[in-house]
Design a protein around this ligand. Structure first.
Ligand code: IPE
Ligand code: IPE
Ligand code: MG
Ligand code: MG
Ligand code: MG
Length: 283
């Protein structure tokens, strides 16, 4: 399965969606039309595709979840948060446009995300309400996770606290990307529950891996500063349980996620391949 068709689809849809002329256009486009991996919208498309749904029914969800992600990264890089100067191999949004414009672009992208779903004429109203419930809850949890992240800087915390923080700041939105695909596909409750368990493991794995990559991947490849977590004195999995043990844990979680896919009522080939791609990522 070639997941590049999903990547191309979300990239062209984002370009189109952000093509209107408004005061924030340049800032929003600068941070949105980048080399981001687009794993969240790709997951949304992969779930819809697995259930045989035409991809145009998943377009608004795929774009919306990526816009929430982009907004979260713009704010995450701000001086009041992680204070990072580089993102996607270019100066972070506030470095290029100043803090006020970066904050506002984030606000605007979040609003646009919900607007895109609400305006989707291909979907029934009750479907759209479900999608908005899922995405708004995930955006809320992401903010909560970020709040925990910043409140424990320079503190010693146990692994359960880190796990909770990871599940919220990163896990929630990844899980929502899978759920959005499930809702547009109208899959059974049983399949939805399997996908939710799959996505929980995947989301936690993804952030533990992000903390490992922060240590091991050079900036040219990572597209953002290496060792940012250590410099900011962030409690991370590698810091608390060590690098090797962290690698073991995220790999185990990806394996667990993969195995769950066997229980789905449909062919999970696409989702398995994608999960393997996430597990093997180098940046
Ligand atoms: C980075 O996410 C921040 C996390 C929540 C781990 P990604 O690695 O998925 O971001 P992109 O691919 O650069 O957009
Ligand atoms: C990011 O966590 C989580 C969100 C943006 C919600 P990080 O702070 O580790 O992400 P990077 O490493 O800056 O991409
Ligand atoms: Mg952060
Ligand atoms: Mg950060
Ligand atoms: Mg990180």
């Amino acid at each position: 399965v070639d997941t590049s068709k999903y990547l191309n689809r979300v990239n062209s849809n984002l370009d189109l969606l952000l093509s209107d002329n408004n005061a924030l256009s340049e800032v929003m486009r600068y941070s949105s039309l980048t080399s981001g991996k687009r794993f969240r919208p790709i997951l949304t498309y992969a779930v819809a595709d697995s259930f045989g749904v035409e991809l145009n029914f998943a377009d608004s969800s795929a774009c919306a979840v990526e816009l929430i992600h982009i907004y979260s990264l713009i704010h995450d890089d701000l001086p009041a948060m992680d204070d990072d100067d580089m993102r996607h191999n270019q100066p972070s949004c506030h470095k290029k446009f100043g803090q006020a414009q970066a904050i506002l672009a984030g606000d605007a992208l979040q609003a646009r995300a919900f607007e895109i779903i609400a305006n989707d004429e291909k979907l029934e109203s009750d479907t759209k309400v479900k999608l908005i419930q899922i995405l708004s809850n995930a955006a809320f949890e992401m903010a909560e996770g970020q709040s925990i992240d910043l409140s424990i800087v320079a503190k010693t915390v146990d692994i359960e606290t880190l796990k909770l923080m990871h599940s919220k700041k990163t896990g929630a939105l990844l899980k929502s990307s899978v759920e959005l695909g499930a809702v547009v596909s109208g899959c059974s409750k049983k399949d939805l529950a399997i996908l939710q368990d799959f996505a929980k493991d995947l989301g936690l794995a993804y952030q533990i891996q992000d903390d490992v990559l922060d240590i091991e991947t050079p900036e040219e490849l990572l597209g953002k500063k290496q060792n940012s977590d250590a410099e900011k004195n962030k409690p991370t999995y590698p810091k608390i349980i060590g690098l090797q043990e962290s690698k073991g844990q995220f790999k185990d979680l990806y394996d667990k996620a993969l195995n769950r896919l066997d229980m789905l009522s449909v062919d999970a080939k696409i989702l398995k391949q994608l999960t393997q791609k996430l597990a093997d990522r180098e940046f």
